[in-house]
Design a protein around this ligand. Sequence first.
Ligand code: KG4
Ligand code: ZN
Length: 333
Amino acid sequence: MRVLGIETSCDETAAAVVADGPTILSSVVSSQVDLHARYGGVVPELAGRAHLELLTPVIAEALERADADGTPPVDAVAATCGPGLVGSLLVGLSHGKALAMAWDVPFVGVNHLEGHLFASLLDHPDLEWPLVVLLVSGGHTVLVLVEGVGRYRLLGQTVDDAAGEAFDKVARFLGLGYPGGPAVDREAVHGDPAAFAFPRAMRDDGYDFSFSGLKTAVVRTVEKTPEAPTADVAASFQEAVIDVLVTKARRAVADTGARGLCLAGGVAANSLLRRRVEAFCGADDVAALVPSLAMCTDNAAMVAAAGQWRLANDGPSPLSLGADPNLFFSFTG
Ligand code: KG4
Ligand code: ZN
């Protein structure tokens, strides 16, 4: 079975074809980073318009690279239906439904967050359950116990900013540009992570996260000591975020008896997070499932893979399915 995946929830216009296995036959991502960079963040109206322009050629390229030229070219269409920017979601969702109708194949709506989990499955098809997943993106910071595909238990989530949002806001404040996560990651390489003792809110209790106080602490520190090297501030900030993420994730794996930790979402591309997760999993003798860089950030292969699974388990979605900007996981308990 071949599934066309479509992803337009934020600022990447992406299409991919995935076959049983799942095997990625093609994955095309057109990033809008240059479009939004001058505004220091994603401008929703511009993102929606850009998806409209880019999506048709991106899908055509994904089909061509997958040699999908039959009638119909694929057996099903999957598109992200939430969470994300509503105008952007609607472009991909409407496009996906229209193609499914025209080709007379099933359509399935995909939860972007579940898509991020499938990104790790694409990279590690033989994983063993249960697993703790740390999903860290621009909009979410969530610790989930996955008992099997589709069986999720919420352990904790952020009570204010998402980890990626904290990276983006601090990068903007430090003048490091957009997107902020990779910029902080690069700058931190030259800095001293112990230069500033930034707060680690809620690190040692529970599984919830809070990052807004840390962002304020960075601003106060720079205002008080404007001569502080930016690299030291970036490295100390990054150390504080990753310390909290890793401490909680490690505790969650130990408390639940999970077989390993799986990283997902854009912040999973962070070099320090990846190193620390591999180090603690090695020390604790559990599996470290760290996706490739291409599978951390938004792409449509993960949407096609999640769609393929949802289709097999729940059947197709109705064509009346709407975009839900606030969609979250459905938890089993
Ligand atoms: O999953 P994603 O591509 O989009 C959302 O669904 O939000 O995640 C984007 C987020 C942004 O906040 C970006 O700054 C962050 O992931 N990010 C990083 C790194 N690369 C991307 N954060 C820290 N370090 C990185 N290397
Ligand atoms: Zn994402």
